[in-house]
Design a protein around this ligand. Structure first.
Ligand SMILES: Nc1ncnc2c1ncn2[C@@H]1O[C@H](COP(=O)(O)OP(=O)(O)OP(=O)(O)O)[C@@H](O)[C@H]1O
Length: 244
């Protein structure tokens, strides 16, 4: 297996709070990896550090063999790392299709208000909306979508940039079981096509069911990493969850 994404000895403090305190994670290419830990253990901060939304105080992030530590979010996105946020970040006044257009431009060099540069790109956007099951909503303002539909749009939004790895922050959080199952199915299909995933999620059934490898954070440190069956039984992990 080849390592696609790696964060080593990452530290990040906010004033006196050590959100990340020397944690590390390795994501192998072609896998679905999970990142879990009790509330406040540093999961979102680690996502922010990997994707350039926060600068590290120490440590190194590498993608496809090259250092990407403290690169800008746009640069990281263009390199092939897509991500979603805990609270979806669609543009509420733009239509679903316009949101897809913005995503395409973020990846490429076109000006923000240019037209679709080709009918192929437009077709690709429609195909992706179809893939996540929301084509029928394409002309609606994204703000009118339900919470689950916004998460699906955000997913399509990332896919249009053709990322090599996708970081999902709580894809199952606050959405109904039908959407959760649908999301899991879409992730598996994309993974079979070669896309690597790193998923932060509190829904243990979802994580254990879909991830091949799981890293556990506690107080900004990596306390375990391994296959779901190992992690599930790990005494340190159980203690971290029970203690918080
Ligand atoms: N911008 C910030 N300013 C100050 N403290 C922060 C900031 N971001 C995160 N923290 C703190 O860093 C720690 C880790 O937070 P983080 O959100 O990364 O944890 P998490 O594991 O994602 O939590 P949750 O599961 O609740 O989403 C927490 O103590 C949090 O309060």
């Amino acid at each position: 297996m080849t390592t696609l994404l790696e964060a080593k000895n990452i530290s990040k403090a906010y004033g006196g709070i050590h959100a990340l305190d020397g944690c590390s994670i390795t994501v192998e290419e072609g896998t679905i990896a999970g990142l879990i830990g009790p509330n406040g253990s540093g999961k979102t901060t680690l996502f922010n550090v990997i994707t350039g939304y926060e600068q590290v105080d120490g440590g190194e992030v590498r993608f496809a063999g090259s250092p990407i530590t403290n690169q800008s979010p746009d640069k990281v996105f263009q390199l092939g790392i897509g991500r979603t946020f805990q609270l979806s970040r669609v543009f509420p006044r733009l239509t679903v299709m316009e949101n897809m257009h913005v995503a395409k431009q973020r990846k490429g060099a076109a000006g923000l208000f240019s037209r679709w540069s080709s009918s192929h790109e437009q077709r690709q956007a429609l195909d992706l909306l179809d893939f996540v099951g929301i084509t029928h909503l394409k002309d609606l303002p994204a703000g009118n979508l339900s919470y689950g539909q916004k998460k699906l749009l955000e997913f399509a939004f990332i896919l249009i940039a053709e990322p090599r790895v996708i970081l999902l922050d709580e894809p199952a959080g606050g959405v109904n079981p039908t959407v959760i199952n649908y999301m899991a199915d879409r992730i598996k299909v994309l993974n079979k096509q070669g896309i690597t995933f790193l998923i932060v999620e509190h829904d243990m059934e979802f994580v254990m069911g879909i991830c091949q490898n799981i890293t556990v954070l506690h107080r900004g440190m990596t306390i375990a990493a391994g296959v779901p069956e190992e992690v599930r039984k790990d005494a340190t992990v159980l203690e971290a969850y029970l203690g918080d």
